[in-house]
Write a protein that binds this ligand. Structure first.
Ligand code: UD1
Length: 427
């Protein structure tokens, strides 16, 4: 296993390019199962999670080749209909093959994800959505077995909470259903817009992109398509927070600033200067305290579905607030157990108290935030420890960084190119 060693106190300068979005690449890769043929996906990040999805697709009979960030997937003949526990337990998003397999084969068997580091995360919304389309589901030895009764038929599906992968899964099951399907209180994340664009290129008819009400008119057949993955707004936001924490002046290119407005509003209240261009944001930190190091003003956040503040940036924002000037209340409303990073940040000297779904972060001066050996517990928690390490005094050693490799392409190399002192070593 590898670990990261970060030496804090080096401001970041230069340009960093953002990769394609993990959370868009996964559903678009799954969507290729819907229609036989050769699909082309551009700007696909090379990550542990995208490789896991490729292994799963391979088990289902898909052949693929990669040329840089372009993937070609051949889905002419499928030979399987099962997502096994070994893959689902390492990546929950494996459940995204359920919707397309039901459309294409009328049957699928997918392991239930079970709990994960950030909460219980059930898939009941996915299953009740499928049932409204004429699917019978039952649980057998930890697996969901789903079978289409007769043919998929359009229906009305209301999500109690706007679930991202739930919306994507049900959408993929509905595009070939007979008649009209309406998804109410659907999630509105940009990654769903990316999926809708790809499904439309395949011949699907979907209205309401970007809204909470999606209307699908079932198509008779779909064809293979070519699509491009949108920039990763969470990776972009993570680098913006890294600059705010370490100080400096960085051009973040290849991103979509309008997907990051909730974060940018908060960063501006923190005192960070930002300038948006076409596909880029320049982030600059004034050297606030006379010693050349910026100290952000403390600001409160509440996570909520898009376009609200993303839960996937909560841990990284908390790392910035650990050195804030004042007290920040961080309210996590999406996942019930997403404060695993708190104990690790406290080991570095952060002053954080958890009160139910809120964390009260009292900012400490830089001298009190000190490097320490810490352990990454999940993907975004790992990124928050990197950010804390960049702004702390001394050396931080982050172990279990395989979590980071699930969702960040070459993070250490990208940060090093900006002047960070960071290296990846064998434990
Ligand atoms: C997706 C993202 C993840 C992000 C999350 C919230 C992908 C691959 N992952 O995860 O990075 O953190 O959105 O923005 O895109 N829920 C249920 N029953 C369900 C489904 C969800 O109760 O069947 C609950 C969840 O526990 C959670 C809330 O709904 O409290 C939203 O979760 P959801 O949007 O489904 O998250 P994911 O799609 O798993």
């Amino acid at each position: 296993m590898d670990k990261l060693i970060v030496e804090g106190g080096h401001p970041l300068h230069g340009t960093v390019r953002i990769s394609g979005a993990k959370n868009a690449a996964l559903p678009l890769m799954a969507a290729t199962l819907l229609a036989p043929g050769c699909h082309t996906l551009h700007n696909v990040p090379d990550l542990r999670d995208t490789r896991t999805m490729l292994s799963l697709l391979e088990q289902l009979g898909v052949r693929w080749e990669r040329e840089g960030n372009t993937l070609r997937l051949h889905t002419e003949s499928l030979t399987g209909a099962e997502a096994p526990y070994e893959l689902v337990k390492t990546m929950r998003a494996s459940v995204l093959v359920l919707g397309p397999l039901l459309s294409r084969n009328g049957f699928a068997r997918v392991s239930l994800p079970g709990g994960c580091a950030i909460g219980a995360r059930p898939i009941d919304f996915h299953l009740s959505g499928f049932e409204k389309l004429g699917v019978r589901t039952h649980l057998e030895r930890g697996y969901v077995e789903a079978t289409v009764e007769g043919a998929l038929r359009g229906g009305i599906i209301h999500f109690d909470v706007p679930s991202v992968t739930g919306t994507e899964n049900v959408l993929m099951a509905s595009v070939l259903a007979e008649g009209k399907t309406v998804l109410k209180n659907a999630a509105r994340e940009p990654e769903i817009g990316n999926l809708i664009d790809m499904l439309s290129a395949m011949g699907a008819q979907i209205e309401g992109k970007g809204t909470g009400r999606l209307v699908v008119h079932g198509a008779r057949r779909l064809c293979a398509a070519e699509a491009s993955i949108i920039p990763d707004r969470i990776e972009g936001g993570t680098y913006m927070l890294a600059v705010a924490a370490a100080g400096g002046d960085v051009q973040i290119s290849g991103c979509e600033p309008c997907h990051l407005s909730a974060l940018m509003e908060k960063l501006s209240l923190c005192g960070v200067d930002m300038e948006t261009g076409a596909g880029s944001v320049r982030v600059a930190c004034p050297a606030g305290d006379g010693k050349g190091l910026f100290r952000p003003r403390s600001v409160d956040i509440t996570t909520s579905p898009y376009p609200g503040f993303p839960t996937d940036l909560q841990a990284q924002f908390m790392a910035l607030m650990a050195r804030g000037d004042g007290t920040s209340i961080i309210h996590e409303t999406i996942f019930e157990n997403r404060f695993m990073h708190v104990a690790e940040l406290k080991r570095m000297g952060a002053d954080i108290a958890i009160e139910g779904s809120r964390a009260v972060v009292r900012g400490v001066a830089r001298e009190r935030l000190c490097g320490a050996p810490v352990m990454a517990t999940d993907l975004r928690a790992s990124a928050s420890l990197v950010i804390a390490g960049l702004s702390a005094c001394g050396r931080t050693e982050i172990s279990r960084i395989y979590h980071l490799e699930r969702g960040y392409e070459n993070m250490a190399a990208k940060l090093r190119a900006l002047g960070a002192v960071i290296e990846q070593v064998r434990e």
